[in-house]
Design a protein around this ligand. Sequence first.
Ligand SMILES: Nc1ncnc2c1ncn2[C@@H]1O[C@H](COP(=O)(O)OP(=O)(O)O)[C@@H](O)[C@H]1O
Ligand SMILES: [Mg+2]
Length: 244
Amino acid sequence: MMPWAASNVSPVLQGVNLMRTYGDGTARRSALQNVSVDLYPGQLVLLMGPSGSGKSTLLAALSGLLEPDSGQVLAADDDGRMCDVWQMSAREREAYRRRHTGFVFQGYNLFPALTARQQLELVLKWGENASGGEARRRADEVLDKLGLSANKNKKPAQLSGGEKQRVAIGRALVKNPTLVFADEPTSALDWENGQKVIELLRDAAHQRGAAVLCVSHDARLLPFVDVFYHLDDGRLERRALPAT
Ligand SMILES: Nc1ncnc2c1ncn2[C@@H]1O[C@H](COP(=O)(O)OP(=O)(O)O)[C@@H](O)[C@H]1O
Ligand SMILES: [Mg+2]
């Protein structure tokens, strides 16, 4: 059994009673209604739910991008103590995010002017002050693993949707983050590429011990994941995985 699969492992991230509304008056909409969730190292968690149910809002709150109205996001520090992400200063929170989290955005968010390799190198140079040589070596290692060896010097416009999605995943994983968030990473892909993407996320969890939270509409991903949550109108519910 993988060391992080032991039952006494503590969560690396906890969302506790998260509430978030948008707008006010009659336009007021509740996006998260008292959501609590624990993320564990080595686990790939799938979050499903209809459009507008609050999935992106939950990812943003847990990853330190969007402040909840109330509730806590507790993240394990290097000594395993839980620290409230939203009580940190903006600077501390940014440092925490840079150091510990990787985010795969819906729609890739790649820089049009940069090659696949440069997208990954940038993360290492800015995020970790890696030297040019070190950044290139690690970027290449990840791109090779993603089957992108022949595409390293191509810019997004020269890449297919599946290739762009893999570059976006490489960019999120190249720092070896303890937490990985992916917002509908397979939505623009055919099933062959979608399968590759969920396998990469599963490898990040199972082989490296990352806690991975993936949002998707696609029920075909269920056999790949360890835990399954359903979000409906801002309410989160853990569901049993279908028997395989
Ligand atoms: N910036 C925003 N301003 C106003 N309403 C928003 C904003 N972002 C999301 N919402 C609303 O909050 C609800 C949840 O949105 P979201 O988290 O994006 O859902 P999902 O990712 O599941 O589609 C929806 O009703 C959406 O319209
Ligand atoms: Mg969304």
